[in-house]
Design a protein around this ligand. Structure first.
Ligand SMILES: Nc1ncnc2c1ncn2[C@@H]1O[C@H](COP(=O)(O)OP(=O)(O)OP(=O)(O)O)[C@@H](O)[C@H]1O
Ligand SMILES: [Mg+2]
Length: 455
């Protein structure tokens, strides 16, 4: 604990309480000493303590009752009991009720200090665990997956339905659409959240190593196998294995994977001893597996086994309404990380982002926003701050899409009629003759184009 550990000392004998309080303070703890159970309960209602050191025999309550109450209210607080005389029976009872340890009178201060140090260490580890778990939950909570579009709402509702099950999920989507984010959210919000989440990127591991990575090997199974090694499946036991880029898995491993899934057990490479498994499988791919099945590149039976619940994340360009909330989410995230006030982004800049085709999907948007936040002076991101490659691509696409001829012609027509009317000082017959039109045609055009006589 970087902060001082907080200790509550409950001891009715002043002659013992006062010196002990001093010694503990000198040892670097924040200590409060009280003389009765009642005083202790008053304090406990107001404050949290890391450690409670209490005499077992107090005039008003029994130390065991204090222990029970503390454990009920704040299970992470450690309680150390001081007993008048060694009574094995009381000690056993205390430990059963969850005491950290006990110490007998006459007190040996050094002994007490060792016990306290151990209790503080335990608290620290527990605190870190609680903190890390909370961090993981926050980081991979559903609320961190942004998406207002109907397509993403569909993804969320499916995720909510399957998170708390052991169903096998196949996540489909282009690169950077958030497949891994979805896989982690499913795990960290599901039944197996306290157990390991092990990701294997089938594309990043050389084919020759993939088998031993997944299933482990025994010493001597092949050159270089100098000791036994457990595979990702075993490491993930009772948790989730995330098979990323499953579409690239070589055929012979597909066969082996299928067997593992069917039998629910693995054999390490070089061994014939099966090891029982209980893992949830979530896989992801950006290749069209149905096509791969047709091309006989992917086993059909494996495909059906993996594709129990499909979750399809559409490309970003097909859900442009997510671009604004995603941009704001990333702006906020980056600004907070850089410890600066959260910037705003101009509508025109968002419009460009909405027109871009995002081949790298959300990942590309995340990177672009990071760049904009870093490079923008001031508090507003403008059109000019949008990376050049994005702006250029959008401009080219707008021009490629061509000019709307009818619209452009009407605009030119309108402009010329207004000019003629101005020159003719509003005399329609004169303006009509300048435009080589008859008067009724001019009046008709003015009505259609919404022109007021400016003359
Ligand atoms: N809907 C979303 N909300 C917030 N962040 C997202 C969203 N989708 C993706 N991201 C972010 O975009 C980045 C890419 O996401 P992720 O790695 O999950 O994509 P992927 O589909 O697994 O990509 P690849 O196919 O390249 O492996 C991550 O930083 C992720 O946090
Ligand atoms: Mg990925």
């Amino acid at each position: 604990m970087t902060e001082q550990a907080k200790i509550l000392l409950i001891e009715d004998e002043e002659l013992s309480r006062e010196p002990l309080t001093k010694l503990l303070k000198a040892a670097g703890y924040a200590v409060i000493g009280v003389e009765s159970g009642e005083k202790a309960f008053q304090l406990l209602a107001l404050e949290q303590f890391d450690i409670i050191v209490t005499d077992l025999f107090l005039p008003d309550v029994n130390g065991i009752d204090i222990l029970k109450k503390v454990k009920e209210r704040s299970p992470l607080t450690e309680v150390i009991l001081i007993t008048g005389h060694a009574s094995a029976e009381t000690a056993v009872k205390a430990m059963k009720e969850g005491a950290f340890d006990y110490i007998t009178k006459p007190l040996n201060f050094e002994e007490l200090q060792i016990i306290i140090t151990k209790a503080v260490e335990k608290r620290q580890i527990l605190n870190e665990n609680v903190y890390l778990k909370k961090q993981l939950r926050d980081k991979f909570g559903f609320s961190n997956i942004i998406g207002n579009s109907a397509a993403m709402q569909k993804v969320f509702s499916r995720m909510k339905r399957v998170a708390n099950t052991d169903s096998t999920v196949l996540i489909l989507g282009e690169s950077g659409t958030g497949k891994e984010l979805v896989a982690k959210a499913l795990h960290f919000n599901g039944l197996r959240r306290e157990k390991p989440f092990i990701a294997v990127n089938c594309a990043a591991i050389p084919e020759t190593l993939l088998e031993s990575e997944l299933f482990g090997h025994v010493k001597g199974a092949f050159t270089g196998a100098i000791r036994d090694k457990i595979g990702k499946f075993e490491a993930a036991n009772f948790g989730t294995v995330f098979l990323d880029e499953i579409g690239i898995m070589p055929m012979h491993l597909q066969t082996k994977l299928l067997r593992v899934l069917q039998e629910q057990e693995v054999e390490r490479v070089g061994s014939t001893k099966p090891i029982k498994l209980d893992v949830r499988i979530i896989s992801a791919t950006n290749v069209n597996l149905e096509e791969e099945v047709k091309r006989v590149k992917f086993r059909e039976d494996l495909y059906y086994r993996l594709n129990v619940i499909p979750v399809t994340i559409p490309p970003l360009r097909e859900r442009t309404e997510d671009i604004l909330p995603l941009s704001m989410h990333f702006i906020e995230k980056n600004c907070l990380e850089m410890k600066q006030p959260v910037m705003t982004i101009q509508k025109e800049a968002i419009e460009i982002l909405e027109l871009y085709h995002w081949p790298g999907n959300v990942r590309e948007l995340e990177n672009a926003i990071e760049r904009m936040v870093t490079l923008t002076d001031g508090s507003t991101i403008t059109e000019q701050d949008v990376p050049t490659n994005i702006r250029e691509q959008v401009m080219t696409r707008v021009t490629e899409r061509g000019i709307d001829l009818a619209k452009t012609v009407s605009e030119i027509e309108k402009q010329m009629i207004i000019e003629a009317l101005l020159l003719a000082k509003g005399v329609k017959a004169q303006a009509a003759s300048m435009l080589k039109l008859n008067r009724t045609t001019l009046v008709e055009k003015m009505r259609r184009l919404g022109i007021e006589n400016p003359g």
